[in-house]
Design a protein around this ligand. Structure first.
Ligand code: GLN
Length: 305
């Protein structure tokens, strides 16, 4: 496996020159586009890592599956679905313009910013400090890494300049979908996006989901099988944003990307994958990361279809 990963890393390295690192906030524009790491976990004793697998990056949207998981664990499926739906487009089959529709749960999903921001408000805790701490602890447990922390510079950069996300949160409030104070909720979302991880951490988190909620590395049951399946299904249809259809055809596994350059890939019952390469395509997905996943999927026949 390690040889195969090395070969994939070598063959895909040229793609690190394509696209651009995220620049919607100043701090992310500092990323080194040449960094490229892959980690694959197939069982407790088989962790294979190559390249810059130990380099830290911020999880960004790769935290969204964990926000969804905690919202499910704290509230159950019905409540979660009543606020944030599961459809990738949220548009009726004959829609050509839905901009004048009121915002409803069925228009958003947990893997877009609006959905994830709404779900932050469902996390239990006496205040947003406690809610965020519980989210960080769940991420640490899934990654089996007590050292996961917030990157303060990225967090402050998001907080100062992430006005589009702030606008999305105010839109939720305007449509009666957010009970709490907008600034508290958005602060929790900004911190969540700013959690630092390595490809190895993403691979471990993905491995827990691949094993339907149990961490085979520690034997601990983190969540129910049903919730893990819920998350994997949503990752399959919405995890790569508006690139999810293309990704389903070319790679065929549940996955989640983040604009920090990370991608976690879940191969149910088989493997957890974590990749890092910060240069992104126009949809916000790592270009070299997707190429590497395509190659890995073809070589090992990973597509669930
Ligand atoms: N922090 C990012 C944003 O809010 C998360 C989105 C992403 O990773 N695509 O824009």
């Amino acid at each position: 496996m390690k040889e195969l990963l090395k070969e994939i890393l070598d063959k895909c390295y040229k793609y690190t020159d394509e696209g651009a690192v995220a620049n919607y906030i100043p701090e992310l524009a500092k990323a080194n586009r040449k960094e490229f790491g892959i980690c694959v976990i197939t069982d407790a004793n088989s962790v294979f890592a190559v390249g810059d697998h130990d380099k830290c990056f911020t999880m960004q949207s790769a935290i969204k599956p964990i926000i969804l998981l905690l919202a499910l664990m704290d509230n159950g499926e019905e409540k979660v679905r009543s606020l944030v739906g599961t459809e990738s487009t949220g548009k009726p089959f004959d829609a050509f313009n839905y901009s004048d529709q009121a915002l409803k749960n069925e228009h958003i999903n947990p893997m877009i910013n609006t959905g994830a921001i709404a779900l932050c408000s469902l996390i239990k805790g006496k205040d947003y400090e406690e809610k965020f701490r519980r989210l960080l602890n769940l991420a640490r447990k899934m990654a089996d890494n007590p050292n996961l922390e917030v990157d303060e510079n990225v967090y402050l950069s998001e907080k100062l300049t992430g006005n589009k996300n702030r606008a999305l949160a105010y839109m939720l409030k305007a449509y009666g979908m957010l009970e709490d104070n907008v600034e508290d909720v958005i602060d929790c979302y900004f911190k969540a996006c700013s959690i630092k991880a390595r490809s190895t951490d993403l691979a471990k988190i993905a491995f827990v989901l691949a094993n339907h909620g149990t961490n085979p590395l520690t034997g601990e049951e983190i969540c129910s099988r049903d919730y893990a399946k819920y998350i994997n299904a949503v990752l399959m249809t919405c995890g790569m944003y508006d690139g999810s259809g293309e990704f389903a055809v070319n790679v065929g596994i549940p996955a989640k990307s983040g604009v920090g350059g990370g991608i976690m890939g879940v191969v149910p019952n088989r493997m957890g994958i974590g990749i890092y390469s910060p240069a992104l395509d126009r949809k916000g997905n790592s270009i070299a990361g997707i190429k590497a996943l395509e190659m890995l999927s073809k070589k090992l026949d990973l597509s669930i279809f």
